[in-house]
Design a protein around this ligand. Structure first.
Ligand code: PEP
Ligand code: MG
Length: 589
């Protein structure tokens, strides 16, 4: 045997992460390790206290100047809404209560400014990190970013974010500021160990059109500066030292996506209508006011799910009726004449609640409507705020985590109370505000007939519905392969819910992630969805699919799929049909 016959173990390493911003990037890695300033506690002599406070104040001014520059750049590149993150950071800097507390402690404790800044801001951060919520953890990074900026400026160190040549930034985490500053260089892509799709860095990379894969866990340990890496922002995959075969596959994929994306240009103004003229309400899911601008550019028919609980992330208590009204009213105003469906607070489960509590089984615990019906004042306050924002008649409301008919009736009763209260104060609102229920618990799906008789619409939340039908934790990577949207049990449940809604002449939609899966679109239309509410980035692609198929064929496809008895058969069948009907649709196998 010659040396040529011995095949050396391939050098390629494949890492999986979360697809955060679409696109393919191939190039050298640049390992960015954040400068974490070292903070030591030092005594300050009484006569030096004034100078110490001066040091703090000028560091704050310098930090503000830096952030203002980033803000201006971000506004230019991303638009004013997306740049708001930096305004929020500037607000932390200008928080007079926080800064007064820091100055007071410097004077009282005779200790150095950077230590007190570190200690005081770390308290906030710890509170945020203790919250059982991924989004809150992301906001803790923002606080961290501001803290490190002030400390670096107290210590008089310069900021470095220059990267030589074109590269893919690999980092444990990226702050929004890092993301924007790096984008001034020739950045091909971002890879991070931490973070999820909702991280601001992920949202920003999508707006900046820089491919990104987040949540890779070990990227910074396995990748070195200069390593060639290939990043697939569609599938959430990284190849370190990719083989020629991998590169070829990715180049081909990039071409297919590019060709397909070109076909999506100009779709924004067109309706989501099938070739045989069945109109689908194609709406967007929103979590923050900041997303509205981008979402509207994608051309939705409205917002099918506005997750109001994200408003609670930065709060330690439930916001007042007026504060909530201001947010809802501004959302409804920005979206007008499109509709927006406000989902009442869905706290509990994996989501944050301002009241911290521990449960052994949070997903089976005090969540959504259960909390709202137990805390009627909170619920009534929110309902009044939503009603007050409905004067343009483009607002609807829906309830999360419903599992019994009684919950629907009690929620409606409280809505009636909220209306009566507003009437007595002379406040204006839409008397005919439409009310819907999210179908995300199997019991609600089984009772869909009775529930549909009580409301104006149903919206299927597959993220939870699938987890409860299949008994698979939606966030547990160990059982991720069992989280199957195309499991026949899920498909048949969707059909059952759609039939129940139509029997009562109300519309039925879907706002779970499945609604935005291109592989599912034709099937969902065939099963009877009247509305699909999807993350804004996939909206044009889903619209394109809807406009390329016949509703008649979608129904035939659904009938066939309903006879199949395994997830494998269903996905295989869907792939074969879609490849035939939409040959240019780049599908993830
Ligand atoms: C769902 O469960 O599908 C849903 C849309 O709600 P959330 O993801 O906010 O739980
Ligand atoms: Mg849900």
């Amino acid at each position: 045997m010659s040396m040529d016959d011995i095949s050396l173990p391939t050098q390629e390493i494949i890492l999986k992460g979360i697809a955060a911003a679409p696109g393919i990037a191939i190039g050298p890695a640049y390992l960015y390790s954040k400068h974490i300033p070292k903070v030591q506690t030092k005594a300050v002599a009484p006569e030096d206290l004034d100078a110490e406070i001066q040091r703090l104040r000028s560091a704050n001014q310098r930090s503000e100047k830096e952030l203002m520059k980033i803000l201006a750049f971000a506004e230019h590149k991303l638009g004013s809404q997306s740049a708001k993150i930096f305004e929020a950071q500037i607000m932390i800097l200008n928080d007079t209560i926080l800064m007064a507390a820091v100055e007071e402690r410097i004077r009282k404790e005779h200790r150095n400014a950077e230590f007190i800044v570190f200690d005081e801001i770390s308290k906030y951060k710890r509170l945020m990190l203790a919250a059982p919520d991924e989004y809150m953890h992301e906001r803790a990074h923002d606080v961290d970013d501001v803290m490190n900026r002030i400390i670096r400026n107290i210590q008089d160190q310069k900021l470095s974010s220059r990267v030589g040549g074109e590269s893919i930034i690999v980092s444990e985490t990226l702050t929004p500021a890092d993301t924007v500053i790096f984008s001034r260089n020739q950045i091909l892509g971002y890879v991070t160990d931490l973070g999820g799709v909702t991280s601001h860095a992920a949202l920003l990379s999508r707006s900046l059109k820089i491919p990104a894969v987040v949540g890779v866990h070990t990227a910074t340990k396995q990748i070195h500066t200069g390593d060639v890496i290939a990043l697939d922002g569609y599938a959430g995959m990284i190849a370190i030292r990719p083989t020629e075969e991998t590169l070829e596959g990715l180049r081909h994929k990039a071409e297919r996506f590019k060709e397909f994306e070109q076909k999506l240009v100009g779709l924004a103004g067109l309706p989501a209508e099938t070739l045989d003229h069945k109109r689908i309400e194609l709406a967007a899911n929103l979590e923050f006011v900041e997303e509205i601008e981008f979402a509207l550019q994608q051309g939705p028919a409205g917002v099918g799910l506005y997750r109001t609980e994200t408003e609670l992330l930065t709060q330690t208590r439930y916001p007042s009726e007026d504060d909530q009204f201001e947010t809802y009213d501004s959302v409804a105003n920005k979206l007008f004449p499109h509709n927006v469906i406000f989902r009442t607070f869905d706290v509990g489960g994996d989501k944050l609640t301002p009241e911290m509590y521990q449960e052994d089984n949070p997903f089976l615990g005090w969540r959504g409507i259960r909390v709202l019906l137990d805390r009627q004042e909170i619920f009534l306050t929110q309902l009044r705020a939503i009603l007050r924002a409905s004067t343009r008649r483009n607002v609807m409301v829906m309830f999360p985590m419903v599992s019994t008919l009684l919950e629907v009736r009690r929620a409606k009763e409280l809505l009636k109370q909220a209306k009566e209260h507003l009437k007595s104060t002379g406040a204006r609102f839409d008397q005919k505000l439409k009310v819907g229920v999210m179908i995300e618990v199997p019991a609600a799906a089984i009772l869909a007939d009775e529930i549909a008789a009580e409301v104006d619409f149903l919206s299927i939340g597959t993220n939870d519905l699938i987890q409860y039908i299949l008994a698979v934790d939606r966030g547990n990577s160990l059982v991720a392969s069992l989280f199957q949207p195309f499991n026949p049990a899920v498909v048949r449940t969707i059909k059952m819910v759609a039939d129940a809604a139509h029997k009562h002449n109300i519309w039925v939609g879907m706002c779970g992630e499945m609604a935005g899966d291109p592989l599912a679109t034709m099937l969902l239309l065939g099963l009877g969805m009247d509305e699909l509410s999807v993350v804004p980035t996939v909206l044009p692609e889903i619209k394109k699919i809807i406009r390329s198929i016949k509703h008649k064929d979608a129904k035939k496809l659904a009938d066939k799929i309903l006879t199949l008895s395994s997830e494998e058969e269903i996905t295989k069948y869907l792939f074969s049909i879609l490849r035939e009907k939409l040959p240019d649709l780049p599908l993830e196998a």
